[in-house]
Design a protein around this ligand. Sequence first.
Ligand code: SAM
Ligand code: SF4
Length: 330
Amino acid sequence: MTQSQPLSDQRGREKHKLRISLTDRCNFRCPYCMPEDPVWQPRERLLSFEELERLSTLFVTRLGITHIRLTGGEPLLRKNIEHLVSRLQLLREQGLQRISLTSNGILLPKLAGKLQQAGLDDVNISLDTLDAERFLRLSGGRSTPQEVIDGIHAARAAGLRVKLNTVVIRGYNDADVLPLLEWAIKEDLPLRFIEFMPLDGSGQWSRDKVVSEEEILATVGRSYQVERLAAGKEPATYYRLNEHYSLGIIPTISNPFCKSCNRLRLTATGELYACLFSATGRDLRGPLRESASDQQIEQIIRGHVWTKEAGYAVSQGYVERPITMHALGG
Ligand code: SAM
Ligand code: SF4
């Protein structure tokens, strides 16, 4: 197979976006993401920066990946992450269009400037509530909303584009939809509400904890005039509020976007997941460390992606799997 062939699955979905988890470790313990007492992967199992650079080069130059997002766990816990970003930056001439990050924001006051200088384009920052008590519950008893806000301000001051992500969970932060929205509008920050997915560590997910797109819209509609915008390529549906602000909602559960999914995920230990809800991934670390050629690794990736499942749209319900969001890379 050659570089000109798009990376696609048997259902005709081409892949252009790769999420790379840099670590499964985190300075938070959000219960919707990881078990209460997570067991971290031993460091020697994590892909080194050299291995990540080799795989990223291969994904961009031979497989047509144009967007790379660094995530985790908390990716900013990975020491010298800016060095990796500066290596990825060299792939721009070969087709990489965007380098992004997803973070809980706490370490951004220290790192935002270095990351921007290294070539990072934008950062999605997770903020589930502005209420200090609820924040502690949602982050597993760590930090304060103000620390995340400081991270947001630092990222913007450094010149990074910032978006906010909020997972909405009934009984946890459904009361925060309007306060967060008002705050985001005041700060002129794009915000996306995300439906709670069955990828937590301790089986807390249940359908009744999912606050659906429809319910979020009903809440928002009580305070704002809402107009649905034309569908784009993103998983989020966008709505114009009071004719000026764009709000996104990611309806993974009530209206899965599997039919147009163009993403892949690489775990910190080098397993490639073609779908968030796949039961297993394909190990790439073994072949990498056993000196497989680029061509051999390309074949392994193409073979794995080809067999990508239809997705959550057909499996629905609780997905019993050994891997949770913090290890998979959200
Ligand atoms: N630590 C970083 C952060 O919190 O942004 C990056 C990793 S985190 C796994 C990435 C995103 O996944 C966050 O926005 C988080 O809210 C989201 N997430 C985690 N578990 C989720 C779940 N069960 N359902 C929906 N979103 C989830
Ligand atoms: Fe950590 Fe992000 Fe998961 Fe929260 S959502 S535990 S911050 S990886």
